[in-house]
Structure formats: structure tokens, C-alpha cells
Design a protein around this ligand. Structure first.
Ligand SMILES: *Cc1c(COP(=O)(O)O)cnc(C)c1O
Length: 411
């Protein structure tokens, strides 16, 4: 399983949509084939369209707020006494996380397709919140499908979606969570695809949604490449890029420009949610040896039991609490280009605590998993090693759980 150079990873799939011959694909009902094919054709056209790219970049700059800052964490570096630790502060983007890049591109595609409605699914609510923001900005009507159980436990994000004018459609089937919301959203799309565009919030789902999302978040590594050259005059000789992995869209976006480099020069490290130390439950299909399965229209490593039933997952960070993972990360793992590991809830909380005590950034619990790995490895590394963590979300959304777990006033 080999990675080709000079071709974006999102395009390195075979004609059936599989990366490495087995990850991804299009496991969709026959009725979804037409809207998926139409979207695939439209996207192939617009990604080569100079005017569309110009528009995308205009809104990345003037709506998303790109480029987000790249800063050195001097205090954390001095405290750990090894490698230099830097952060790409993607949480400074509009809405407080990277999901706005994907939502913005989907809103632009929806407009380009001449559709007035955009729909999406959401679990913890961030994908829904960001899509509702983009819909409001671009004057689109927005419906968000959400499990009834999730609606109850994610009230602040639901309030935000409604404030942005989105309609939340509660899903009462099955476990009443994300898995069911995705199915319901796809079902709705089949019957309404003439007027409605569908957005998937991470690099997961049928092939085309993996591609669109990866194409959108790739902006993060384009920004970083320019920032690295400006800071160090060249790409550093010993670089480690650490990112948390839920579906894998922030990690792909953070890494895409750097995949062609030798792994001795640039190590890519993905950190999954190991869950509570005392629990057997986790959301770490790549690093805890999950088997290949099918979830939400594509094949990937999936947390499942011996019968192939999707396992319940558990993580302190809602954004990482997902049983599957992007097919492009499965491919990167099997090709040996990226290293995947996990951090427990407790390690993420400790990392959050240390980072916020020493520095003035406040990463959410998802990137706290990435910082946990940085804290683990930095002391053993040389001072000319540059570790960069993608601080992809802001902790404001986690204030209740942080207060409960750390009993600490959050800035
Ligand atoms: C949604 C989310 C994630 C997980 O999704 P990826 O696709 O893996 O990026 C991670 N961090 C934050 C802040 C999120 O909102």
C-alpha cells in the first residue's frame, strides 16, 4: 500500500472510490446514487474553476478569518525542557474550530448548484452549528438532523443553531444519536435532492464527502507551510505535527501539504480518544486495533463487536466520540506514513490544565488529546525538534464539563 507523491491524498482512490483498495467506497442505497454522482461531477468541475477558487479564498480570508495564528508556546517549552512546542491556533477561526472551513465550502457548492436548502447531520452539535452559521451567511435555508438523545445533552449548540435560523429535525429511531441522524439525513436527501444540498461534517461518509471535506480543511496546512517558511526560512529538519482524530478532518487539513515529506523529517502523529482510564470503552479504532467495517457509507476501521455491531464509544471530548474514522487515515496508517496513538480522558484533562496554566490559549478537550501526546514526548526530544499541535477548537464549549472535572474557573 503505497502513497503516490504530488497527488493530493484525497484523490488517491481507485475508480470505485477506495483508498488502498479497501478503505472508503460508496456503500449507499441505489436511490442515493444519482445525487452522489451529480455532486461528484459538480465538485470535479468547480475545483478547477478559477472563479470558484477565488471566491473560496475570499471567504476563507474574510469570513473564516484565515490564516489563523501560528505561535510558540515558550512557557510550556521551558517547563518540559526538550523539543520546542508550537501551536497552530485554528480555534481562532470563526465559530471557534476548523469545521467552519468545510461548512463554508459546502454552502458555496450549494449556491453554485442553484439550491436553496442545505442539510447536515450532527452528533455533538458542532458540525450543525457551523453549517447553520454558513447557511445564515450565504442566505440558505438549513435543516440539521440530530438524534433526540443528543438534542437533550447538547443544548448550547442547539440554541446556537436555532439562533442562526436553522431547523433542528429530531431523530427518534434506533439509539437516537448520530448514527441514526446520518441515516435520516440521507433519506431526506434522496427525496429532496433537486432543491437540497447535503453536507457531511468530517472526512467520512461516501467518497465524495471525504474529498470535499479534505479539500476544504487542507487550507490549514497551506497556511502553516507559509508560516513555517516565514518563521524558520525553510521547513524545519525535525518536525512533528500532532493532531487529535475524531473523523479526521482537522488532521488531514493540518497534514495534507506535508504528506510527501520523508517521515524522518516530518512525523505525522494522530491522537485518538482512549476514553476513561478505568473503562473498556473508547473511540480509538486506529490505535486500539479495531477491524475493518462499514459505517455511514464507507469502509474504515470501526469499533465493533465480533458480530459487526457498532460498539458504544466513550470519550470526554464529544468531537472525538465516534466509532469510525476517515478512510484516508486508515490508508495513512496502513501505508506507515502516520503514527496513531491515543490519550485517555485523564491525560487530556491534565494536558488542558498544564497548557492553560502556562499559556494564554485555551484548547478544547479534543486538541487537549494532541497536547497530551506532545507533553509525553517533548522532554525526550532535542531542542531543535519542532512540535506543532493543532489547537483546533476552543474550550468555551467544554466549560461545564471542565468546571465539573477540574473545579476551576475557565477563562
Ligand atoms: C468535530 C471536532 C473534532 C473531530 O473531528 P475531526 O474531523 O477529527 O477534526 C475535533 N476537534 C474539534 C474542536 C471538533 O469540533
Amino acid at each position: 500500500m503505497k502513497i503516490k507523491k504530488k497527488i493530493p491524498l484525497i484523490d488517491q482512490h481507485d475508480k470505485n472510490g477506495f483508498w488502498g483498495g479497501k478503505f472508503g467506497g460508496n456503500f449507499i442505497p441505489e436511490t442515493l446514487k444519482k445525487p452522489v454522482d451529480d455532486l461528484t461531477k459538480l465538485f470535479a468541475k468547480i475545483r478547477k474553476d478559477k472563479n470558484f477558487i477565488k471566491k473560496r479564498d475570499y471567504y476563507f480570508k474574510n469570513y473564516v478569518g484565515a490564516p489563523t495564528p501560528f505561535i510558540k508556546l515558550n512557557n510550556l517549552t521551558n517547563y518540559l525542557g526538550g523539543a520546542q512546542i508550537w501551536a497552530k491556533v485554528v480555534s481562532e477561526a470563526n465559530g471557534g474550530a476548523h469545521k467552519i472551513y468545510n461548512a463554508t465550502v459546502h454552502a458555496l457548492i450549494c449556491k453554485k448548484a442553484g439550491k436553496k436548502y442545505v442539510i447536515g447531520d450532527t452528533g455533538a452539535g458542532y458540525a450543525g452549528k457551523m453549517l447553520s452559521m454558513a447557511a445564515k451567511k450565504f442566505d440558505l435555508k438549513c435543516k440539521i438532523f440530530m438524534g433526540a438523545k443528543d438534542i437533550k445533552r447538547q443544548k448550547p449548540n442547539c440554541d446556537a443553531m436555532r439562533k442562526n435560523g436553522a431547523e433542528i429535525v429530531p431523530v427518534y429511531s434506533g439509539s437516537q444519536t448520530l448514527v441514526d441522524a446520518v441515516s435520516e439525513c440521507m433519506r431526506y436527501w434522496v427525496s429532496n435532492c433537486d432543491t437540497t444540498h447535503m453536507c457531511v461534517g468530517s472526512t467520512v461518509g461516501p467518497n465524495i464527502f471525504v474529498k470535499i471535506c479534505g479539500w476544504s480543511t487542507a487550507q490549514i496546512s497551506r497556511e502553516l507551510k507559509i508560516q513555517l517558511k516565514s518563521e524558520f526560512n525553510a521547513i524545519p529538519k525535525k518536525l512533528k505535527l500532532i493532531n487529535c482524530i475524531g473523523g479526521g478532518s482537522s488532521a488531514y487539513g493540518f497534514w495534507s501539504e506535508f504528506i510527501d515529506y520523508n517521515k524522518k523529517q516530518i512525523e505525522l502523529i494522530g491522537v485518538e480518544a482512549g476514553g476513561p482510564k478505568k473503562s473498556k470503552l473508547h473511540a480509538a479504532p486506529l490505535s486500539k486495533g479495531a477491524k475493518l467495517g462499514i459505517l455511514h457509507g464507507s469502509a474504515s476501521y470501526v469499533c465493533q463487536n465480533n458480530e459487526g455491531q457498532i460498539n458504544e464509544t466513550e470519550s470526554i471530548s464529544a468531537g472525538l466520540d465516534y466509532p469510525g474514522v476517515s478512510p484516508i487515515h486508515c490508508f495513512l496508517k496502513d501505508a506507515g506514513r502516520a503514527r496513531y496513538t491515543y490519550a485517555s480522558d485523564e491525560e487530556a484533562l491534565n494536558a488542558y490544565k498544564l497548557v492553560t496554566e502556562l499559556e494564554s490559549i485555551s484548547p478544547s478537550l479534543e486538541p487537549a488529546h494532541a497536547f497530551a501526546e506532545a507533553i509525553k514526548i517533548a522532554p525526550k526530544l532535542s531542542k531543535d525538534t519542532i512540535i506543532i499541535c493543532n489547537s483546533c477548537g476552543d474550550s468555551y464549549k467544554d466549560r461545564d464539563i471542565l468546571k465539573k472535572r477540574l473545579d476551576k474557573h475557565i477563562k
